[in-house]
Design a protein around this ligand. Structure first.
Ligand code: AMP
Length: 173
């Protein structure tokens, strides 16, 4: 399936979850088997050459792509979860949202300094969430090779926030 056809399967919903936000709804794309598969192949092509040792998925829609990519590339998957969900000892990182802050965690034994990882999410917006995930990986001693996102909202300048970490994305707005 062409990238143009895939992009057409991302639906835009105005004023969700709040007034003023144009929400990128990926559910039509996920519901189309050929489209979902094409996306995973295209995303995998973006990061294959980096040769990561593991992938880190950001809760919750990031998990969808991270899990499929982990399977496709035969790589271990590390879960970066919203606070309070992981059962064992964790590293925690507070990160900036558009309004307020939030916190994500990973297990302390998920990564080590031997790891070099790619962090996966569905949408890169302001970059706050991805930056939080980068800090978590750094706390574990792991090297972050890049951020991979299905969608990048370029007008929000997430790349700038992420500074030295390369960003790979499929669909730019
Ligand atoms: P940010 O921390 O601003 O980069 O926001 C990234 C997170 O918010 C991602 O995990 C996305 O799932 C979600 N997100 C932000 N903006 C949108 C949007 N316009 N449409 C869909 N999801 C969004």
């Amino acid at each position: 399936m062409t990238e143009e056809k895939l992009k057409a399967l991302i639906r835009e919903i105005a004023d969700f979850p709040k007034k003023g936000i144009l929400f990128k709804d990926i559910t039509p794309l996920l519901e189309n088997g050929a489209a979902f598969q094409s996306c995973i192949v295209l995303l995998a092509d973006r990061i294959k050459a980096l040769k990561p040792t593991k992938l880190v998925g950001i809760e919750s829609r990031g998990f969808i792509f991270a899990a499929a990519l982990s399977h496709y590339l035969k790589l271990g998957l590390v879960l970066a979860r919203k606070t309070g969900k992981l059962p064992s000892k964790t590293f925690k990182q507070t990160y900036q949202l558009e309004y307020g802050t939030d916190e994500i965690e990973i297990h302390v034994d998920s990564l080590s300094k031997k790891d070099s990882v790619v962090i996966i999410d569905d949408v890169l917006a302001t970059g706050g969430t991805a930056l939080g995930a980068v800090s978590l990986c750094n706390q574990s001693g792991a090297k972050v090779l890049g951020i991979l996102s299905l969608i990048e909202l370029e007008f929000l300048n997430g790349r700038k926030v992420l500074a030295s970490v390369p960003v790979y994305s499929l669909f730019k707005y």
